[in-house]
Design a protein around this ligand. Sequence first.
Ligand code: PEP
Ligand code: MG
Length: 301
Amino acid sequence: AQCGADGVGLYRTEFAYFTDRLPSEEDLLAEYAAVAQRAAPDRVVFRTLDVGADKMLHAQAVLKEPNPALGLRGIRMAQVRPDVLDQQLRALLQVSPLARCRILLPMVTSVSEVEEVLYLLERDWIAVQEEEQVKITKPKIGIMVEVPSVLFQIDEFAELVDFFSVGSNDLTQYLLAVDRNNPHVANVYSHFHPSVLRALQNLVQACHQQQKPISVCGEMAGDPLTAILLMAMGFNTLSMSSSNILRVRKAICHVPMADAKQLLDNVLQMNNPLVIKSWLEHYFKTHGLADMVKSNRLVSA
Ligand code: PEP
Ligand code: MG
């Protein structure tokens, strides 16, 4: 709240696992309770463990997967180590009476993955209430939209979850089949790509149709140029690092909705990411927002 945000839109729970030993349920409970209480009365969205690929644990590196970005990462880990997810869910359930928290599942590909987590959550919910002798309201649960398959099954996922959140870094990576951290193909990776923009436009419409809230995380939400497009598309919430909040807030306050919608209309007709970016930059430069353009890198992150 101190930096002008409404709660924590994405709390990455990976950090506790980058040590020599796995954390205990008590460790997790202490960490999550501290985070939730600091953010109170605002909510915190806790993303369950998303290790693998660019966030590789030592134990995973031993697996020597030939293609880790397409391998055992995010929710897929729950197939191999359900106990790890179970422990996180139990800790989060115990935190939920203390402060507002939500659960977000990363790297979801198929409906069955969510069904399995819901089953675990239900079982833990009953068990924790019995053990602690408290009544717990089940936290809202959502999935990240970062694997393109999800884009085509929003209605089916909407029957299972309360909200959606776009992981724009990974969605860009998987839509464009380009490693988000590989400098050799950095010119291919762009969140100004027409397919990324059109996918998001369709996605937000599908979520609204299902009456489910949808937010955007990742670089795209923290880039003023794309933030105003997301606003025009109708995204309810943008989640970004605190260092970007002021810039994005300034852009959103300065660009009238009618202009943002016009810009969106314009760029959705274009087929080249660089032209789209230049078009947006031109608007910013000619509307007193030139400082935001200069601080951007030439190739989007
Ligand atoms: C994303 O993919 O955009 C995201 C927010 O998650 P991460 O960067 O942690 O993969
Ligand atoms: Mg991601």
